[in-house]
Design a protein around this ligand. Sequence first.
Ligand code: GLN
Length: 211
Amino acid sequence: MSAIAAEAVTGETTARPVVGVLALQGDVAEHLRAVDLSGARPLPVRRLAELEAVDGLIIPGGESTTIWKLLSIFELADPLRGRIAAGMPVYGSCAGMILLAGRLVDHAGDQETLGAIDMTVRRNAFGRQLDSFERDIAMRGVGDEPFHAVFIRAPWVEEAGPFVEILATEPGTGKIVAVRQGRALATAFHPELTQDNRVHKIFVDMVRERS
Ligand code: GLN
């Protein structure tokens, strides 16, 4: 039973849903902190029982090929696909965006994806010169204040399907860097590396709506 369901049974508040952070590789601690500051209860997810206990899941930035390998080794890929198909909200930042994609332009080896968003993603898209950079960008849903976006060997969305809502583009290239489709959210940048929790708050609201 999820924590939300447990609370419903005991009649307690459902205001703090459990938001998991996939903790196989990547910047897990930063996401856990941002979840906590965004009004949800953070839970690192490494095992099936933990995956089953969360109301929503964040896939962190890191190295998507490594995260994919570990998902397979830990036998979490299929259960995760199942929970996404059943409507669990998911949010992926950077490597997490790559993992949520339906298609990759230049996937490495036998790297697969979870197919949560109808989009084609290009890995390491900004190229060498712009390997890592920071830029204030406008983003739908976070209010008028620009979001300070940190890009680290970031992907971009090469092509988005008709039901994908485009939340932000990178001003220098015009490329799509934040999207939402239904209960899946993805950013090419890393809000968890800043003190600005507005993107995490959007996700926690998505989890609350679902719960
Ligand atoms: N380039 C990385 C990958 O392909 C993602 C980088 C990141 O998450 N900062 O997984």
